[in-house]
Design a protein around this ligand. Structure first.
Ligand SMILES: [Zn+2]
Length: 151
């Protein structure tokens, strides 16, 4: 399927939908730290309100504040990364990977870790390298002596 590319006007006129505050808080130079795509490149031609009579196609470029859900998961009381603004696709990738690999739901991949297993396409869908994601999790879940931690 050919990827639809937004025009400059589409980009300029995008109002940010339900994430308008985050959309307006970043400039053209912003790059998603988890996939490396720009504010323009995260725009994706998307079905809005799917499975409703009001469904239509439109530009979506959702943004999320990615929290570390794994506070105290490896080191008691310690977050592994600060709250970071990432694109909606990266945010859902974190959840999809955890479900697919059956990882603890209170674990979160950092944006830098996601970058190693996400293959991003401008205005398109992410490709996920699950083997790499599992390897990262297993590395993090192993203590300094190489012994797996018990959850
Ligand atoms: Zn992203």
């Amino acid at each position: 399927m050919k990827i639809k590319i937004p025009t400059h006007e589409d980009y300029q006129s995008h109002d940010g939908l339900h994430y308008y505050q985050l959309w307006n808080s970043i400039g053209d130079e912003w790059l998603c730290p988890a996939c490396g795509r720009s504010k323009f490149q995260i725009m994706k031609w998307t079905q809005r309100f799917p499975n409703t009579p009001h469904s239509f196609m439109g530009w979506v470029a959702a943004l999320h504040k990615h929290h570390d859900h794994s506070i105290g998961f490896f080191e008691p009381g310690q977050t592994r990364f600060p709250e970071t603004l990432i694109c909606g696709q990266c945010n859902s990738t974190d959840g999809v990977v955890k479900r697919m690999l059956n990882l603890p739901s209170n674990f979160s991949f950092s944006p830098q870790e996601m970058r190693t297993f996400i293959q991003a396409t401008p205005h398109g869908k992410h490709k996920i390298n699950y083997d790499q994601a599992l390897e990262i999790f297993n590395l993090r879940a192993t203590n300094k002596n190489g012994i797996p931690k018990v959850y």
